[in-house]
Design a binder for this molecule. Structure first.
Ligand code: ADP
Ligand code: MG
Length: 611
């Protein structure tokens, strides 16, 4: 666990090293101040209990002749001087003021050392979050199946906060406490090595008892976080499916499903939280036990015949010992918290370390333009091992031509066009663009050549302008308006309040389906790609908006190479070649008229639609 923790730190802490250095320096400073401020307790106690009556002689100090005994002796000498000239009460006030002054410095040091860690903590969390987001953008779409979406959102939000609350907040403690413990032990050994050796036997025993409790926590936390992922999934699903839930009056059913998973979540949280809340009382109890045991042993040293330490020094000793108990307690808290954070980090790493099966070639061939043709050569594809969705597809798409794919739903049309921009990689056969295998050119240069218009227009909660210029940098307003005009979108954009600066709402929720589609066409027009992929671009629309969208599409397809998937055959009548897919195979191909003449599947499809 400790190894895991440090490798995690190594991964993220590099940019923040200067904060670490500062916090170490500040902690050292304030810890020594802590010890010295409590040291003033000794003379204070001596004065109060009128213990010290020995007459001290001043011993001259120089650098070569300086040790603990001389310092202590001279300290007492000066205090006695003050007492004899100004009285005991005045001395008490002076000592108290010295204590206040040092405590002020000490606490200022604590504050500074904690403040210096804040940017580190927040920085690490920010870096993790951005890293996960970046990875999410890179992973192939197949990674994010519907049922995993909620889980991924949970990992990005809840798990990152757990890491923040447990690990990063443990970091400053892990720096401060060893320093505290080190300095305190130096002090303790200086006061009485015998007593301190005894302490060293008792403390680890207490520590071992604490550790035994925390071991199970990590596995409990894994369970809790994954259940939280389920909850987010269900919420996401519900928000997306509200329309259907209401239509089928399934509220009660959904509620009971949600209640069930929430109860399970609560049970696991209960188990974990109860275990967790035993940490504090237990360490408190053990801490007091340690102090009492030491008190016995120390008492026997003082009360015994050969008393080696004064009572006031022993009290100082106990105070310092008590300052060790607290950091040790915090260590035990960290031994609860860090496993929680590590469990969450494991879940985050599932995303961060997920291998991307769509690999960039090491030495990509240049691809700047589309010159001749796109070719599917003997392509077979399956999502799941053993179930082929595409079988031996051979298809040439020459530059400037329009190829249409038709077939019943589930026949593999979308899959086929998804292969071109490498949303999935093929294992059998090849996809060639101008004779180059698409796996040999860089993914970005390949995708730059392709424009997409899909059944569902994907828009972002932003202005019309930004949605249209989405994939294009430095587009001028004239170009955007030009594109919108070609896409039959200009008129309805201008009717809105702020024109192109109007916000379109979440996923374009304020627009009709046809309007959304025309925005996504305007976007494709502006990108101006040589290859165009239309996946049922009009099939979700009513006839009136279909007409508008269709005319926009026809303008877009002009002078471009197009692969069009069509639900309604009327929209692809003029295609140069029509391929009929049936269960992953091209069973008929030709122009509209040729296919009708063939009197096969296509003709039957056509007749069904004309009815
Ligand atoms: P079409 O677009 O012609 O309706 P698709 O290409 O979407 O057909 O789907 C073809 C087949 O592949 C279907 O049987 C579908 O169930 C399956 N399929 C599609 N996407 C996935 C996926 N991400 N994982 C597994 N199977 C899939
Ligand atoms: Mg489809």
């Amino acid at each position: 666990m400790i190894k895991q923790f440090f490798s995690l730190l190594k991964r993220y802490i590099k940019p923040y090293r200067k904060y670490l250095v500062w916090t170490v320096i500040l902690n050292f400073m304030s810890q020594w101040l802590n010890v010295f401020s409590f040291m003033t307790l000794i003379p204070i106690l001596n004065i109060l209990f009128k213990i010290d009556t020995v007459a001290y002689e001043y011993i001259p100090m120089d650098i070569h002749h300086l040790n603990k005994d001389i310092l202590i002796n001279n300290g007492y000498y000066f205090i006695n001087q003050i007492i004899s000239t100004h009285g005991e009460f005045f001395t008490l006030i002076m000592m108290g003021l010295a204590l206040i002054g040092m405590t002020l410095l000490k606490t200022a040091g604590y504050f500074a050392s904690a403040a210096v860690m804040v940017p580190l903590r927040t920085g690490v969390v920010r870096d993790i979050r951005i890293q996960v987001y970046d990875k999410v953008l890179r992973l192939p779409m197949s990674f994010f199946s519907e049922e995993r979406k909620g889980d991924i959102i949970a990992r990005m939000s809840a798990d990152v906060s757990v890491v923040e609350n447990s690990i990063t907040s443990s970091i400053d403690m892990l720096i401060r406490n060893p320093i505290t413990i080190l300095i305190c032990f130096i002090t303790l050994f200086t006061i009485s090595w015998k007593l301190t050796l005894f302490v060293l036997v008792v403390l680890p025993l207490a520590g071992w008892v604490m550790g035994a409790v925390s071991r199970k926590l990590k596995s409990q936390s894994v369970l809790v976080q994954s259940q939280w992922g389920d909850i987010v999934s269900q919420l996401d699903e519900t928000l997306g499916g509200l329309r259907i839930i209401k239509a089928f009056i399934a509220e009660r059913k959904m509620l009971s499903r949600f209640t069930k998973i929430n109860n399970a979540f609560r049970d696991s949280v209960n188990a974990m939280a109860i275990r967790q809340s035993s940490a504090h009382p237990m360490s408190e109890f053990l801490g007091t036990c340690v102090i009492i045991i030491v008190l016995w042993f120390g008492g026997s040293l003082i009360l015994g015949q050969y008393s080696t330490i004064d009572a006031s020094i022993f009290i100082f000793y106990l105070v310092i010992l008590y300052s060790i108990i607290n950091p040790l307690k915090e260590f035990s808290k960290a031994s609860y918290n860090v496993p929680l954070g590590l469990a969450s980090m494991d879940r985050i790493d599932m995303i961060l370390k997920a291998e991307n099966p769509i690999k960039e070639p090491e030495n990509p061939l240049p691809l700047n333009d589309f010159q001749e043709e796109l070719e599917f050569r003997n392509v077979s594809f399956s999502y799941i091992e053993g179930r082929k969705v595409l079988k031996n597809i051979n298809l040439k798409v020459p530059k400037g031509k329009t190829i249409a794919l038709v077939g019943q739903s589930g026949s593999g049309k979308s899959t086929m066009v998804d292969l071109v921009p490498r949303y999935h990689d093929i294992k059998e056969g090849e996809l060639l663009i101008d004779g180059k295998n698409i796996k040999d050119v860089s993914i970005s240069s390949l995708r730059a050549l392709i424009g997409n218009v899909n059944q569902e227009a994907i828009l972002f909660n932003d202005t019309f302008y930004n949605n249209i210029t989405f994939g294009v940098e430095n587009a001028t307003m004239e170009q955007v308006i030009e594109a919108a005009k070609i896409a039959n979108a200009h008129d309805f954009i201008m009717e809105t309040e702020k024109g192109y600066d109007t916000l379109i709402g979440d996923r374009g929720g304020r627009l009709s389906g046809g309007q959304r589609q025309r925005i996504s066409i305007a976007r494709a027009i502006l990108k101006n790609p040589p290859i165009l992929i239309l996946d049922e671009a009009t099939s979700a629309l009513d006839t009136e908006s279909e007409r508008l969208v269709q005319s926009a599409l026809e303008r877009l397809m002009k002078s471009r190479t197009t692969i069009a998937i069509a639900h309604r055959l009327s929209t692809i009548k003029n295609a140069d070649e029509i391929c009929v897919l049936y269960e992953g195979e091209i069973i008929e191909r030709g122009t509209h008229d040729e296919l009708l003449a063939l009197d096969g599947y296509y003709k039957r499809l056509n007749e069904m639609q004309n009815l």
